[in-house]
Design a protein around this ligand. Structure first.
Ligand code: SAM
Length: 209
């Protein structure tokens, strides 16, 4: 097991793992125990963050980070971000009640996951609960996904952002380049990776402000 560019992120035989305090799998993933540390398989087929890293994305994530995660769903990727930010927090925003039930279960086991059943497009409704933001992570398939991302980056005055951009959700007549231009007008776009090999119609984008 070799630690790679982020805290608690490991690679072995071409597979990614996150080192975890928790022995139990979250969604049926393999867990390996070595020297009293648990390593959870972080599959590119299950998580866009994993597939982005496999595709060369190198986002800065440290174990102390407070992450605002927009579009948390049942918490598959949230659980790995929770491993990575082992001394930090994940504010997990999800507006759909069905996946939120599982997210609540995850937060009952993991003390650094704080779920909120709220609309990501309205940061003023959850900002009051968030003390500091080192990173915005967004994965919501919405026509106005770029506008929501920009709004949150600005609202939280975040220095870093990771956007999982779904081209199928783009407004008619728009192109990926038009959407990236909107980001470039506001931030420094660091990396753009096509992850459609793993997740059809998706790009992973990192920005700094
Ligand atoms: N990020 C998750 C993962 O990797 O485990 C998968 C996210 S899923 C593709 C997108 C989620 O975003 C859905 O659960 C959906 O309900 C949620 N979503 C979409 N628009 C939203 C909004 N405006 N506010 C909050 N959640 C939203």
């Amino acid at each position: 097991m070799k630690e790679i560019f982020a805290d608690n992120l490991y690679e072995e035989n071409g597979k990614l793992f996150t080192a975890s305090k928790y022995p139990k799998p979250v969604y049926g993933e393999d867990v390996i125990k070595r020297n009293n540390v648990y390593y959870r398989l972080f599959s590119p087929l299950r998580s866009k963050l994993s597939s982005s890293i496999k595709s060369g994305l190198r986002p800065e994530i440290k174990k102390s980070f407070h992450v605002v995660y927009l579009g948390a769903s049942t918490g598959t990727t949230v659980s790995h971000v929770s491993d990575i930010v082992s001394d930090g927090l994940v504010f997990a925003i999800e507006f759909s009640p069905m996946p939120f039930v599982k997210l609540m279960q995850l937060s009952s086991v993991r003390s650094n996951v704080l779920p909120m059943l709220l609309d990501a497009s309205k940061p003023q409704t959850f900002g009051i609960f968030i003390d500091k933001t080192d990173l915005i992570y967004q994965d919501i398939a919405q026509p106005n996904q770029i506008d929501i991302f920009i709004r949150n980056m600005k609202f939280f005055d975040a220095k870093r952002g990771i956007l999982m951009f779904k081209t199928y959700s783009m407004r008619a007549g728009s192109s990926i380049n038009d959407e990236i231009k909107k980001l470039k007008d506001e931030f420094t776009v660091q990396q753009v990776k096509d992850i459609s090999r793993f997740h059809k119609g998706h790009y992973a984008i990192t920005v700094t402000s």
